[in-house]
Design a protein around this ligand. Structure first.
Ligand SMILES: Cc1ncc(COP(=O)(O)O)c(C=O)c1O
Length: 380
């Protein structure tokens, strides 16, 4: 099956009892057993659920993986990954990651006896140097949130294989349409399905995908024990959103390319970060390893923080909101919103200034989005 067909069809069969073309929403907590010690494939929805299983089959197929586990949120999926490790272990993590991941590592995972080193994962030598004999996992985002740094997948896989550690890749911004980390040899791929994969701002969800049976078994055990499962209704909504993923991503990208070029040429804009622009520091790597550049743009105004805030307070069509990856265009101030819990010194160190604006380009008419930005920029 080709990729676009997988998106629409993989793992989804007509319901055998009614012929329903869509899987039913099995909104049930439990399943009646025919006799003690026997079940019909399911016993309790915290362990497994037929609607969730269809979503997992679809998500595994589109990332070219064997096993997928659907979680209640992207964060619970990330947490389950870190729970593969035990006290005394060390994690090397990208220095520019979603603020919630930093909060989890610094304020929860570290309290459980694990140590963390943040490193710029676009610098291969720095990643190698950060690995110690205690390191058990390399965790990267590519492109990163919010600075859109792109890591060299081949180099990251080589480093983690040489060190005998797990490589986890949060590919939320790229989506499997543009990057499939398992194909490079990554051990685990993670997505916040809240974003592009569901795509319609309806649900909070996450997924982990792997080709290793032992990693899958352990992650499934962690999920079943903790109970961070996605509800049958959310799984169904996610499946519904997924069916147009390939089409939406094409449009997100086409519009983002135009908007990034518009912003870069605008006299009030200081710098634009978009992997599809030749000016992006890792444009060559992005071009080589991704089949597209996705729909996220990060930029800064010459007028700094105040000008950025004025822009965000004056857009009409773009929604000032925390999330990304939906059909609606959303604009975000990372310093006060998504990354507010990253200590200010750490934000400065990684180049996340208070003036940075993040734009998640939706699928509205691109001319309307540009007009909205143009008008708000007049006031900035
Ligand atoms: C790159 C990235 N990873 C993980 C998450 C966490 O996902 P969720 O909000 O679904 O828990 C986010 C949320 O914004 C994100 O942007």
């Amino acid at each position: 099956m080709k990729f676009d067909t997988k998106v629409v069809r993989a793992g989804i069969e007509p319901d055998p009892t009614t012929g329903s073309i869509l899987p039913p929403i099995y909104e049930t907590a439990t399943f009646v057993l025919p006799e003690v010690g026997k079940d019909l494939g399911f016993d309790y929805t915290r362990s497994s659920n037929p609607t969730r299983q269809v979503l997992e089959a679809n998500l595994a197929a589109i990332d070219n993986g064997k096993y997928a586990i659907s979680f209640a949120s992207g964060m619970s999926a990330v947490d389950a990954c870190f729970k593969l490790l035990t006290a005394g272990d060390h994690i090397v993590c990208g220095d520019d990651v979603y603020g919630g991941v930093t909060r989890l590592l610094d304020n929860v995972t570290a309290q459980q006896g694990l140590s963390i080193t943040y490193v710029d994962t676009t610098n291969t030598d720095a990643v190698k140097a950060a690995i110690t004999s205690e390191t058990k996992m390399l965790w990267i985002e590519t492109p990163t949130n919010p600075l859109l740094k792109v890591s060299d997948m081949e180099a990251m896989v080589k480093i983690s294989r040489d060190a005998g550690i797990l490589l986890g890749v949060d590919a939320t911004f790229a989506t499997p349409v543009f990057l499939r980390p398992l194909e490079f040899g990554a051990d685990i791929v993670m997505h916040s399905t809240t974003k592009y994969l569901a795509g319609h701002n309806q649900i909070i969800g996450g997924v982990l995908i792997t080709n290793h049976e032992h990693v899958f078994d352990k992650m499934k055990y962690i999920q079943k024990t903790i109970g961070a499962v996605s509800s049958p209704f959310d799984c169904w909504l996610n499946l519904s959103g997924l069916k147009t993923l390939h089409l939406r991503m094409k449009r997100h990208e086409e519009s983002a390319l135009q908007i990034a070029a518009f912003l870069e040429a605008h006299p009030k804009i200081d710098r634009v970060l978009y992997p599809g622009l030749p000016s992006h520091p890792q444009h060559a790597i992005a071009k080589a390893q991704m089949s597209g550049f996705s729909g996220m743009i990060t930029f800064e105004l010459k007028g700094g923080t105040e000008a950025g805030k004025t822009l965000m307070n004056n857009v009409q069509l773009c929604g000032l909101a925390e999330s990304l990856g939906s059909v609606e265009t959303m604009i975000t101030h990372p310093a006060s919103m998504t990354h507010v819990d990253v200590p200010v010194e750490d934000r400065r160190k990684r180049g996340l200034t208070d003036g940075i604006v993040r734009l998640s380009v939706g699928i509205e008419d691109v001319e309307d989005i540009i007009l909205d930005l143009e008008k708000a920029l007049e006031k900035s």
